[in-house]
Design a protein around this ligand. Structure first.
Ligand code: DAT
Ligand code: MG
Length: 148
């Protein structure tokens, strides 16, 4: 089953959006595999956002993501990578459709509430830098028989 890495950013944690965001993915039918509240070091932030190293906003991005705890998660389910991105909405909340997480809870690109992997390769990479195997739970949910 496909897995993705999702993270409530420091603004979402401070604004008490963890429960709301977890509830959306639960209700959709996805299965939580791992989760933790944690602080991100500058080193981890630079690795996670390595693809943006040359962008003018990189410094700001690292400062923001290390400014307070994040809620890091691994979710599993059919097509979860693409569907989670759709549920998050466009990167800039001003372009994100109502009904999406960024569309409902964000106003500016610098504080857009949630991160989600954008491809199978980035999902694998990001899960690997945030979680070790022992932190991920392998289990069967009976309700899956009513989802799949
Ligand atoms: P996404 O988070 O939708 O995958 P991304 O990978 O292009 O978007 O960028 C990573 C984060 O960097 C994004 O969530 C917010 C920030 N960011 C992107 N473009 C930005 C910009 N033009 N100015 C400031 N921050 C930006
Ligand atoms: Mg991205």
């Amino acid at each position: 089953m496909e897995r993705t890495f999702l993270m409530v950013k420091p603004d979402g944690v401070q604004r008490n959006l963890i429960g709301e965001i977890v509830a959306r993915f639960e209700k959709k039918g996805f299965q939580l595999v791992g989760a933790k509240l944690m602080n991100i070091s500058t080193e981890l932030a630079s690795e996670h956002y390595g693809e943006h190293k040359e962008r003018p906003f990189f410094g700001e991005l690292v400062d923001f993501i290390t400014s307070g705890p994040v809620f890091a998660m691994v979710w599993q389910g059919e097509n979860v990578i693409t569907t989670a991105r759709q549920m998050m909405g466009s990167t800039n909340p001003k372009d994100a459709a109502p009904g999406t997480i960024r569309g409902d809870f964000g106003l500016t690109v610098g504080k857009n509430v949630i991160h989600g992997s954008d491809s199978p390769a980035s999902a694998q990479r990001e899960i690997g830098i945030f979680f070790n195997e022992a932190e991920l739970a392998e289990y069967t949910k009976i309700v899956n028989e009513w989802i799949y």
